[in-house]
Design a protein around this ligand. Structure first.
Ligand SMILES: Cc1cc2nc3c(=O)[nH]c(=O)nc-3n(C[C@H](O)[C@H](O)[C@H](O)COP(=O)(O)OP(=O)(O)OC[C@H]3O[C@@H](n4cnc5c(N)ncnc54)[C@H](O)[C@@H]3O)c2cc1C
Length: 524
């Protein structure tokens, strides 16, 4: 029997939901034991995954770059989440200290087909590029509508050093949304001036599962939050009162068994509508990842059902209808000999953790790798090294392997990588390379028009909100941890009527035009 105290049900266990639970408890005086998180996968954290060990090999779908000049809501949250490793410190404190010690300064950001480090002090802009970029950055979103970056910038722009650095730092493709690209130019204005060294980038101590998800989940557990894994929410029952959409029950499949949870008048439901890592699949040293889609995962079904009922709940088809435009592949490599790291340090001039992304700009797959500070996993032995890489064009045939990346196993990906580096294959003879295909990884960047993304709390919703990368938050940018945390804070503060200011997006783009003009001039 349920008490009259409100309960909150969070559908999806990504950082967005975990942040929402924390905001409810910290800022809304909500009882942690009245919060349940339902996650389809066996672990919490969603896209911020990281797992494995030295014997089986480590794997993570992504490696994140953060900043302290942006990420206002993320640090607002993590300022009050205790570190797992340093007593008396918060996750924010330990991350800032770590970055003070290990300042990012890339010395080999771009490498060309001759294995030469490309001088990147110049952005490579022509006058036409500059004029077009200014025009795009000053257009408003109504004008940009559902246009693509290629509708605004000429082909030569996509050959500039700037594009190679910007595109591979943030994973943009020429066919992606011009409106989102414009938002990035404004939001990450400061990065524009230091993109060649990645000096603004802040890293977590370990991978983001160990450094962001685990401390948050641990704190939530101490507050009594109820975590339910292997539980897919399949449907909601709802009623409409005074034009308001009210969820009345939740249908789920928990370890294969159907369950129905009644949602009472005083309760709240938060839903993560879809995931950029939906339908992702892992390969191995001997097999390529399976080519899955939303049909295999069912990960978009709930949002599709809701959007069909209520037009203001968005349009998932704008984002999930073209895998060939939203897919790329990453890989995680576990090594048991320092040979590869030593050679990379020699080649780049950067110690692991300092250089960040190294992009092989002429590679057919457009491949990049990152050697993070070691150890990168909390359980990683001292004699093991782990690095991560990714390619934006997995459907193209390689330069050293005559196959598209998405048909390659881990051994073939290493062969391609060593080809670009001109390293002998024996530098990776202890390596275990685990590829990961992500068919919807840039689905949030697909061209969209107003209305394709629901508001975190749609006007018609009474006890219901969306928290994800597929909601509309003015000014902020997707493909960031910050966007999900900001969506969570907006959703929770709105539904629970919390009277505390949400940290605003920092206006680094004040007097944008003047700054842009000065920067463009400086980087002739
Ligand atoms: C390769 C890669 C690189 C990245 N690089 C960066 C970076 O450099 N900087 C940065 O800030 N961010 C980066 N990101 C983005 C960042 O990781 C994500 O934006 C963020 O983790 C998304 O969190 P989320 O909670 O919104 O969604 P997710 O983490 O996708 O979580 C959603 C969860 O909901 C679950 N779910 C959905 N529907 C249901 C249902 N019906 N029932 C039960 N469960 C359900 C899913 O299984 C999933 O676990 C990167 C991500 C990846 C994958």
């Amino acid at each position: 029997m349920k008490s009259n105290e409100p309960h909150a049900y969070l559908v999806g266990g990504g950082i967005g939901s975990l942040a929402a639970a924390a905001f409810m408890i910290r800022d809304g005086n909500f009882a942690g034991s009245n919060i349940s998180v339902f996650e389809a996968l066996p672990v919490m954290g969603g896209s911020l995954d990281g797992s494995g060990d030295a014997a089986r090999g480590y794997s993570m779908r992504g490696g994140r770059m953060l900043t302290t000049d942006n990420y206002e809501c993320t640090w607002d949250l993590y300022r009050t989440i205790p570190s797992l490793h340093q007593k008396g410190k918060s996750v924010f404190d330990e991350t800032v200290e770590f970055n003070e010690k290990h300042k990012a300064h890339s010395m080999a950001r771009l490498v060309d087909r001759h294995r030469a480090k490309v001088p990147v002090r110049s952005m490579g802009f022509s006058m036409q590029d500059r004029i077009e970029l200014l025009k795009l950055s000053e257009s408003d979103e109504l004008k940009l509508g559902g246009s693509r970056i290629t509708d605004w910038l000429s082909p030569a722009f996509f050959e500039t050093e700037f594009w190679y650095m910007w595109a591979t730092t943030f994973a943009f493709q020429p066919w992606h949304s011009a409106a989102e690209f414009r938002r990035y130019l404004h939001r990450f204005m400061l990065e524009f001036t230091r993109i060649e060294t990645l000096a603004g980038v802040k890293r977590t101590i370990y991978n983001q599962y160990d450094s962001l998800v685990l401390p948050l989940q641990t704190w939530l557990k101490t507050q009594g939050v109820n975590f339910v894994n292997d539980c897919t929410v399949t449907d909601f029952d709802h009623k409409t009162e005074d034009g308001k959409f009210i969820v009345t029950s939740i249908h789920c499949l928990r370890k294969g068994k159907s369950e129905v949870i009644t949602v009472f008048a005083e309760d709240y439901v938060f839903m993560q509508n879809a995931s950029m890592t939906d339908a992702s699949s892992l390969g191995s040293m001997t097999s390529a990842p399976k080519k899955l889609s939303k049909r295999d995962s069912g990960g978009w079904t709930l949002w599709e059902k809701l959007a069909a009922i209520q037009p203001t709940f968005g349009n998932p088809a704008a984002f999930n209808a073209s895998i060939s435009q939203s897919c790329w592949e990453s890989f995680t490599v576990t090594l048991k000999s320092p040979a590869f790291f030593n050679r990379m340090t020699q080649f780049t001039g950067n110690e692991p953790g300092i250089g960040g992304l190294v992009t092989f700009k002429d590679s057919n797959w457009l491949m990049s790798i990152v050697l993070a500070f070691q150890p990168h996993f909390a359980n990683q032995p001292a004699d093991v090294q782990v690095f991560w890489g990714y390619s934006l064009f997995p459907d193209r045939v390689g330069d050293f392997v005559p196959k598209p990346m998405d048909e390659c196993n881990g051994a073939e990906i290493l062969r391609e990588l060593c080809g670009h580096l001109r390293f002998d294959l024996d530098t990776v003879d202890t390596a275990n390379c685990i590829p990961c295909r992500m068919p919807y990884i840039t689905s949030m960047f697909m061209p969209r028009v107003p209305g394709d993304r629901p508001l975190p709390v749609p006007i018609e919703a009474r006890n219901f909100a969306f928290i994800s990368q597929f909601v509309e938050i003015p000014v902020d940018v997707v493909f960031t941890v910050e966007y999900s945390v900001r969506a969570a804070q907006i959703a929770v503060y709105n539904l629970l009527r919390i009277d505390r200011a949400i940290p605003p997006v920092t206006p680094h783009d004040k007097s944008l035009k003047t700054q842009f003009e000065a920067i463009l001039k400086a980087f002739k």
